[in-house]
Ligand binder design. Structure first.
Ligand code: SF4
Ligand code: SF4
Length: 70
């Protein structure tokens, strides 16, 4: 059986990578330090979304509307 790679498995922090302009506003703001810019893709990623406080700070500062907390 082949393992499929899926990049949209997040259940809490949803990142629209096509919209992300890597401005790092969310990375700097996140109090849990779970957001980062991935070197390879130059896009925002989340390391451990289970640590997210769900207060939507990142959502509010993102100028590209690329983040959604659900
Ligand atoms: S909602 Fe808060 S804790 Fe969660 S990713 Fe955004 S800034 Fe970080
Ligand atoms: S604030 Fe938005 S555009 Fe900026 S790095 Fe984060 S997700 Fe990307």
């Amino acid at each position: 059986m082949k393992h499929k790679r899926c990049q949209t498995m997040n259940k809490i922090v949803i990142i629209d990578e096509e919209k992300c302009i890597a401005c790092v506003a969310c990375v700097k703001l996140c109090p849990k330090n779970i957001l980062y810019i991935e070197e390879k893709t130059g896009k925002c990623k989340v390391s451990d979304e289970t640590k997210c406080d769900r207060l939507r700070g990142c959502e509010k500062v993102c100028p590209a509307n690329a983040l959604k907390i659900i």
